[in-house]
Each structure stands twice: as structure tokens, then as C-alpha cells.
Design a binder for this molecule. Structure first.
Ligand SMILES: NC(=O)c1ccc[n+]([C@@H]2O[C@H](COP(=O)([O-])OP(=O)(O)OC[C@H]3O[C@@H](n4cnc5c(N)ncnc54)[C@H](O)[C@@H]3O)[C@@H](O)[C@H]2O)c1
Length: 420
């Protein structure tokens, strides 16, 4: 198997294509976006990821990687296209279906198709197999089909692509083995073989596990607020138990994985995935809890202004997908509260971002939404100088609160109730 065609040149597809190209494969990267295709063919990148520019430039320079708008005949096809949610919280499989249909005319006996996109359990068996068999070839005997979910962390993709353990699930054991032969050329972690539906479920429950645990932390934080005690202290002490690991509470769960994937199970099993559904609802309700607390803090203030620190979904990244900050800002806008938002990482956002000075000027409350390390170095005295009132609401229990209190700020922390 020498030729690989990678469908989708995003955060997953482009690193995968360039790593395969660096490992001796002849790789064709396919994307529906002409901008992406042109950028990659010129040896450049359209996404920010440490080290990726160098690897792509080398792969293009060596002639082992090229990009195109349409697939061609190949030994291996890897599908790495988006699997987002629809507005009504269902898996939008249209990109996967389209990419799979596009490769059908280029299949021949012996081909291997690998689905990398995170997909609801049963996707390879019930959705991809029938589409691929429109080629007249039988999946499992003429051609092979496997799911190999991706576990990389943005910011460390090139390292984790190579070092992480991988789970590969085949429609038949031979499909899993064929896929293993491909990944074993560059993966240094262990590779575990299973069936396709198990591999799909493994990926989904990894993210669901985290979502449910965060929901538990968030719920506990709300209970602590009502009790007039501090969740951070409760979690710190509970975590001294050798078998307890309580997660951090916060303003909600963002990103395109943890806040998305659990819905695939809720959609498929509406009557049974009860805890998973409740956890999603709990986490999705956190922005509302933030705005409720703010309403409390701003009560009686005429024409209040809120200074939002951070709009990315987590600290030290530029990703705003599903970010709770956007929902918090939306809710405040709806209530007629003036909002100024700052983020040191985010370059493109659907809302206006301002400088720190403009953010604090005339504000009645600072709200820390994203735990970017930069915010640890703020000088509260300086911050307070141009503010109308000195209020801080820390939704991540992140800032040095004593410093802010010493600078005259009234400090509220998500999960910390007012002592009785
Ligand atoms: N980014 C991550 O950290 C990460 C981690 C684990 C799993 N995943 C999963 O990997 C999959 C891909 O995610 P991503 O972050 O790379 O997405 P992305 O949006 O960065 O990239 C997807 C690319 O696919 C292209 N595309 C769409 N339809 C196409 C088609 N029919 N043919 C060819 N190209 C097409 C888009 O133009 C885009 O460039 C998703 O299922 C995601 O959930 C992502």
C-alpha cells in the first residue's frame, strides 16, 4: 500500500497527510476548499499548529504530498472531514457521506478505507459500508473498512499523532489488520485492534466521560454556592481520597469534541442515555448561571458595563468553537448590558474584541471566562484605575484573589458561596 488519499485537510487531515508523506507514502490531500488546496500546494498552512508548517513544506518539497479538489485512484483512503452538530443537536454526517460518495468511483479490489472522523457508533457498518458497496465491491472481502479515531490535543498534534496509543476497529478483523499496517509505519504508541463499532464507541465515551465528570464538578459547585462554602476547597480535600478525582468547575464546556460528541449518544439512545443527557444540559446551563450571578453583582447599577477576559473555549488556545464565552456575551447583550471582550489569542471572532485598556475603561465588573495564563500577570491596581466599580467575577477559580481584594475589588468566584 503505497498511495494514500486523505479526504479533508483540516486539523486532523493535514497533519496526518504530511506525516504519512514523511514516512514514504505518496499522499494526495483532498479538500473541497480551493483556498486550502492552493495554500497546501504552495507549501503553506491555513491552520495554526506548532511544527506543521515545516512538515508540510518538507512533504510538498519532497514531492510526496500534493493537494487537489478531487480524489484519485489510491490504495488507502482516509476520511477526516467534520462531524459537527446540527442546530437540533444531531450528528451532521453530511460531510462524511459526501466524502465517502466521492471516493466510490476510485475504489478497486484491495483498497482500504479508514474513517478518522469522530462518528456515532455504527457509522462504518450502517452508513459507510452500504455507500462503499455501490462500487460493486464487497466490504470485508474485496475492499477493507476500519475506524481509527483521533485523540490528539490541538497544540500538540504532531507529537501526539505519533506518540499516542491508537484504537483501530475493523468491519472484519482483516480490515483492522490492514489499517494497523498503515499506522504502524509512524505510530510509536501501542495499537489496539477491535471491531469498528467498538472503536467508534471508545472515542465517543472518552469525551463523554470527561463531559459527565465536568458536569458533576459544575453541579457540586452550585451546591457549594448554596451552602456558603467553597467548591475549590471541597474538591481539593475530596481529591486526597485515593480513588476520587473531581474535575474543575467552570462557565461551561466548549470546543468541538467534549461538548459535541455526547449528543451522538443522546440522539441514538434518547430513552437510555439519561445521565449523559443531563450532564450535557448541566454544562450547557453554566453560561446562564454566570449571567445570573452577574445580574446579582450588577443590581442597582445604571447602564452597567462588563469586561470579559477571554473568549476562547479554554486557556492558551485561539479556538472559539462552542465557547461558553460567546453564549455569556450573547445573554448579556440580550439583557442590554454593555460588554467589552478581550482575548490575547483569538484573531477572528463573531464579536468585536478590544484592547485590555478599552475593555476595563468604565467597566463595573471584570469577568474572567477563559484561563489564559496572560491574565495571571494583570495588576489589579492598574486594572481598577479606569473602572467605574471594582468588581471581579472569576468563573474558573483562577486569579490570585487576595491581590484583587487588596486592590479594593469585591471578588466572587464560581463555586464559592458567600460565607454564612
Ligand atoms: N481537531 C481535533 O483536535 C480533533 C481531535 C479528535 C477528533 N477530531 C475529529 O476529526 C474530524 C475532522 O476534524 P478537523 O478538526 O480536522 O476538522 P476541520 O474543520 O479542521 O477540517 C475538515 C476539512 O475537511 C474539509 N472537507 C469538508 N468536506 C469535505 C469533502 N467532502 N471532501 C474533502 N474535504 C472536505 C473542510 O473543507 C476542512 O478543511 C472531526 O470528526 C473531528 O471531530 C478532531
Amino acid at each position: 500500500m503505497k498511495n494514500v488519499c486523505v479526504m479533508g485537510l483540516g486539523y486532523i487531515g493535514l497533519p496526518t497527510a504530511s506525516v504519512l508523506a514523511s514516512n514514504g507514502f505518496q499522499v494526495l490531500g483532498v479538500d473541497v476548499s480551493p483556498r486550502v488546496v492552493d495554500t497546501v500546494n504552495s507549501g503553506n498552512i491555513h491552520i495554526e499548529e506548532p511544527g506543521l508548517r515545516t512538515v508540510v513544506a518538507a512533504a510538498i518539497g519532497s514531492g510526496h504530498l500534493r493537494a487537489a479538489l478531487k480524489p484519485e485512484k489510491s490504495d488507502v483512503f482516509i476520511i477526516a472531514v467534520p462531524t459537527p452538530l446540527t442546530k437540533d443537536k444531531r450528528a451532521d454526517m453530511s460531510y462524511v457521506v459526501q466524502a465517502t460518495e466521492q471516493i466510490v468511483p476510485f475504489l478497486s479490489p484491495g483498497c482500504l478505507v479508514i474513517l478518522e472522523s469522530t462518528s456515532p457508533p455504527g457509522t462504518c457498518r450502517d452508513l459507510l459500508k452500504p455507500i462503499l458497496e455501490k462500487s460493486g465491491l464487497n466490504v470485508g472481502s474485496d475492499i477493507y473498512l476500519a475506524h481509527c479515531p483521533e485523540r490528539v490535543l490541538p497544540g500538540r498534534i504532531l507529537t501526539e499523532l505519533i506518540q499516542n496509543d491508537r484504537v483501530i476497529g475493523g468491519i472484519e478483523p482483516i480490515s483492522a489488520q490492514r489499517a494497523k499496517d498503515v499506522y504502524a509505519t509512524f505510530v510509536e504508541g501501542e495499537i489496539f485492534l477491535t471491531d469498528a463499532t467498538t472503536a467508534e464507541m471508545v472515542k465517543i465515551i472518552e469525551n463523554t466521560f470527561r463531559d459527565v465528570n465536568i458536569a458533576f464538578a459544575n453541579e457540586t459547585a452550585l451546591l457549594c454556592e448554596k451552602l456558603g462554602i467553597n467548591f475549590a476547597e471541597v474538591a481539593r480535600l475530596a481529591n486526597r481520597h485515593p480513588r476520587v478525582n473531581i474535575h474543575r468547575a467552570g462557565p461551561g464546556v466548549g470546543g468541538h469534541c467534549i461538548s459535541v460528541d455526547p449528543w451522538f449518544l443522546v440522539e441514538k439512545f434518547p430513552d437510555d442515555a439519561k445521565i449523559i443527557h443531563l450532564a450535557r444540559q448541566r454544562n450547557d446551563a453554566m453560561p446562564h448561571h454566570v449571567t445570573n450571578t452577574l445580574n446579582d453583582m450588577l443590581e442597582g447599577i445604571q447602564d452597567p458595563k462588563v469586561a470579559i477576559l477571554g473568549v476562547a473555549f479554554k486557556g492558551n488556545v485561539d479556538d472559539i468553537r462552542e465557547s461558553p464565552a460567546l453564549e455569556i456575551i450573547h445573554q448579556l447583550n440580550q439583557q442590554g448590558v454593555r460588554v467589552a471582550a478581550h482575548d490575547p489569542y483569538v484573531k477572528h471572532a463573531p464579536i468585536e474584541l478590544v484592547t485590555l485598556d478599552a475593555c476595563f475603561a468604565d467597566a463595573d465588573c471584570v469577568v474572567l471566562v477563559t484561563d489564559h495564563s496572560d491574565y495571571l500577570y494583570l495588576n489589579p491596581q492598574q486594572v481598577g484605575r479606569t473602572m467605574r466599580r471594582r468588581n471581579l467575577f472569576d468563573t474558573r477559580a483562577f486569579l490570585p484573589h487576595d491581590q484583587w481584594r487588596n486592590a479594593g475589588f469585591r471578588v466572587r468566584v464560581l463555586g464559592a458561596g458567600e460565607p454564612r
